[in-house]
Design a binder for this molecule. Sequence first.
Ligand SMILES: [Zn+2]
Length: 805
Amino acid sequence: MMRRAILVCAAAAAMSGVSGMAQAPARVPDYPTAPVPISDVTFADAFWAPRLETVRSITIGATFRQSEITGRIKNFEIAGGDAAGEFCSRYAFDDSDVYKIIEGAAYALAVRPDPALDSYLDVLIAKIAKAQEPDGYLYTARTIDPSKPMAMAGKERWTNLEHSHELYNLGHLYEAAVAHFQATGKKTLLNVATKSADLIARTFGPAGLRYPPGHQEIEIGLVKLHRVTSDPRYLALAKFFLDERGNPAGHKLYGEYAQDHKPVVEQAEAVGHSVRAAYMYSGMADVAALTGDRRYVTALDRLWDDVVLRKLYLTGGIGATGAWEGFGPAYDLPNSAYAETCASIANALWNYRMFLLEQDGKYIDVYERAVYNAMLSGISLKGDTFFYPNPLLSLGQHERSPWFACACCPSNLPRFMLSIPGHAYAVAGTDVFVNLYVQGKARIKTPQGVFAFEVKTDYPWSGDVRIMITQVPPSGGPILRLRIPGWARGEPVPGDLYRDVAPVDGGVTLSVNGTPESNLSRRIVRGYLTVPAGSRVGTFYDLRLPMPVRRVVAHPAVKADEGRVAIERGPLVYAAEFADNGGRVTNLQLSDNAALSPQARPGTLGGVTVITGQATAYRTRQEKTVSETVPLTLIPYYAWAHRGKGEMAVWLAREPGKARPAPEPTLASRSKASSSEGGKSIQGLNEQYEPADSNDHTAIYFHWWPKKGSTEWVQYDLPAETAVSETSVYWFDDTGQGECRVPRSWRVLYKQGNQWLPVETRDTFGVAKDAYNIVRFTPVTTTALRVEVVLPAAFSAGIQEWKVK
Ligand SMILES: [Zn+2]
């Protein structure tokens, strides 16, 4: 909320499964592992297939429609001279949202013809082409009126690259263009992209401009453009932009926020904006693969350790803080988690590339965790509302939204989700990697010929998987490398950031044509079980990944999770939500010995397996804490926030002292709250969460931001006419993160008839931070009370909690 105005929106990058090297025209050096294109993979399961169908039938249309409503598409029309007016959306990076949705739409077309979508894209691409200037420059925020470009655009081309997103937008254009070309064979958008990239190649370089983009992304796009055109300049440019980062010889450094504090090959800690970071890491992996430069890999290995051992949420989300949409210090993982949807996508894209580079299942473990949990929380089951942050704890303040002014997340989801089938399998020489277990089919072009199989499984609800060979190359089948996820081997994440309370290991079994194989654990290398594929059609493999309900705890250095436990089953992280648990979950405590069992509920939340058991609920009764045993139901985290607003927690109290007893109703909690700012976050006044300090972002806080300097109020309409004589206000103050401070002054008014009168008191109206400011006054009998504040001249203000007596 209190993000800086430069809201440098995260955005996106997808490793297109379409660009599988098995099909690439020219044999340029690339990853040692090739993705299997999405067009050769069919998902026919109950989990992903319906979700991807929703993306195709709902999300793509909904996000294109929002792009029309918000002026994002009109910007191209104005820039191209087909409409009049000024730049009519909010941010200079809004062009990129349109490119990202085109990329998603192209993946939809790659697997199934859709003439209506195809021609919608044709019309849209013609508008984009017309918005491109004759020399290839494409950036509607300037082209619309070069004499009056948008503020963040900079006065002249390329003069404000730290904030302009000029190059960032192009990265998404290039990705979209490659996807559209590969899906349709049309070069309409690809020609726009190469014309643009040629301008970049003429403008930037050792002898030209030496500014890296403020927001990474063009590196990924340039590599994809290089793959389809074999033009070496594009790869050289991607490497150039990476190598100019942290290099003060060519530009004034942008700092840690944009990972521009030291050369990329020297970076050892994940810092700054997390989407920028993970797009950069993805670009580094691409360039390492295509150039063979191992210095990038050495740096990536260090950075990966820093993220996965110290900065990864259990859900696979990254970026703990909203203040800079990015990484906090090591182990600082508050459950108010920012964990932007784009950052989960970026994390998955990066880990997928690390797998392509190093063929180690640990990267797919992180990918799977991010994709099945943090990323999927970002989109509703209906596919038309979205989360930007994905917290692991809610007190009821969160709900998905159809769009955002900074719309990076909604536009990122279609392209990422539709590329997931392209991440399921990969091929390297005679090895076929099975990364994701999804019912369906795959047809894999290996150097020996086509190898095809069918998968039957109810994953992620069951760990039983049958793979049946349906086609084998004449020279024999390849070697199958079946991923054995860390969670099935007693290692929920690589490293020690999270661990099982009671490790489960040794339960994985495999049989071939019904005959059990032995010594499996010795055959698991780098997370993959190696099985020679039979040379016979009809051979079948039955893999069983045990899926007990697992209790997970965090590393002791993660203070937010101290004394807490989270529940997982298979690849899914579970959460307790108010709707299943009597309206509250923060008051629940789960003992280690309480039995938990999975239960399939086909009719709930699109069909889920819930986990049921018993917990202890704590309540305050006449100022004493009482407890009782209550039924507990947990749902998969990704499915939360579909049944209204209320409490949700991934990390439940394990120690009784960590449960927050449900408070008794008070005069404040029974009052109706309102404010001079309307209803936004108004429940923060009386939700009865005791804040740890004024800057506590876990509590719901009410605020008047962005108002500054004015006189404002909040009001309680009491449940009945009542005598009151005391009020206590706990101010919100987010110094260091946002623009709220304690007010300049305040007073208390009570309602008499139609008048608001000040209360009589000798007490001071305090503005202390981190405490209640109590004011006692001559008793008044009234139906409503107000706190009236004068905001500081240059700041806003807010309230954590307001009590009355
Ligand atoms: Zn985003």
